[in-house]
Design a binder for this molecule. Sequence first.
Ligand SMILES: [Zn+2]
Length: 68
Amino acid sequence: MKKVRLLAIGGLLFLGGLTFTSCTNAGASTVQYACPMDCEDGKVYDEAGTCPVCKMDLVDVTTIESME
Ligand SMILES: [Zn+2]
């Protein structure tokens, strides 16, 4: 049963980490948008829109960072 207990603890830590991350993001004062494909080499925009290169919707940069 040791493995089951370890999995349970791991799950709790994972959920706790997610909660902490979302709190950190909510505290960010500025929101910037960038192409999810990074067409423009890290260029960011202050407003949501579409990428002029690939026409994809720009995404919140904090969303991209949290996926790493
Ligand atoms: Zn693009």
